[in-house]
Design a protein around this ligand. Sequence first.
Ligand code: ARG
Length: 456
Amino acid sequence: MKKLWAGRFNEKTESAVERFTESVSFDARLWRHDIDGSIAHVKMLGKQKIISPKDTAMIVTGLKEIADEIEAGKFRFKESLEDVHMNIEHALIKKIGPVGGKVHTARSRNDQVALDLRLYLRDEIKEIVKLVKALQKVLVNLAEKHIDIIMPGYTHLQRAQPVLLSHHLLAYYEMLERDSARFMDCLKRVNVMPLGSAALAGTTLPIDRKYVAGLLKFPAVTENSIDTVSDRDFVIEFISASGILMTHLSRFSEEIILWNSEEFGFIELPDAFTTGSSIMPQKKNPDVLELARGKAGRVYGNLMTILTVMKGLPLAYNRDMQEDKEPLFDTVDTIKSCLAILVKMMPGVRFKKSEMEEATMAGFLTATDIAEYLVKKGMPFRKAHAVVGKTVKYCIDRDMNLTDLRLNELRNFSELIGEDIFHCIAVKASVEGKKSFGGTSGKMVLARIKKIKTGK
Ligand code: ARG
């Protein structure tokens, strides 16, 4: 295939080089954005009288036909034409003749690829934020439905204090809220129009960049042509936000895996979202969650890839930057699939109320409540901590729970203890007592659910 840039070359490109340098095998997915960008560019060239109205119309029609062909699966992308941009330009010239060659006036692939990526990522971020919101909605619905379930809250993976299951689930809602805010913030920097920077210096032709930005619904144009064709910050930023999202999804997956284990026995996963073992007939494995947890590794790897590719690159464009696409696309695909599967699976999870509540009975989970009881009676907290520590030790030595203690036994530890102590030893009262803002009481959690649902 004769190259569009073949003018100054005597030899044909070595086929191993074509294979080594091509990107069309993965950047073909940018075709629609490439064509949208070219149509806007050509309309601008027409408006600025850089090309004639007739040529403009021919190119626009040709590009639309190519889009239809690709859509219908009738287009063959060729490796020898390197990338999506050259494949489409080549097809255009083949279709409408040499006039098709005018599409690349006042443009380089360096600003073209930056435009395609920004258009692509802008669309994907909107889809991703929708999925994040869908998962948040699932969590809020579960929190509302199970508002009466108390479970042990953990620190160091040791039972710590009783909390509402709903409060624990909403912790993930808050993480996802920050994730979607990070994506929306990243979108501001993605949503800037790069075209017209040409190779790196701009162009002598009288282009109108703002007009192109308007056609493509960009609120702003980039300020510096050298920066524009060198910049992949927006890719780094997006993958970084995705890495944080995956951290959250992996922690969530891990907890659901733990809760589903025989050892915890807090939940049961829906059959349709688990898999069996090829040897052990009794097994029902949480593979979906294990993959969601594991895929965090891919995304972190992608972040390391793009950071390393960009590090130390001299300005302006370097071909190294073609290596931005696979980590970007893989990140988009990975986070979308993880979000989508969790949105589907979570509503089918069965939460076992009595098992969760049973687990709050052992482990002296209300010890801190007793210490705070003594504080309310005037004892310094440090002393109260020691008193309750002794009480717990007394129970451990006798294989008892705090709830087994009688008043006269309790009063051996402090004179301040009265009949009303039993109120704060009970798990339910402990939870209801956590009325500090952001705490786990039903009152607080319901208020948060209401605020999320109504904005008030
Ligand atoms: N396929 C290239 C990329 O993805 C497009 C830009 C190529 N520019 C160049 N001058 N070779 O980065």
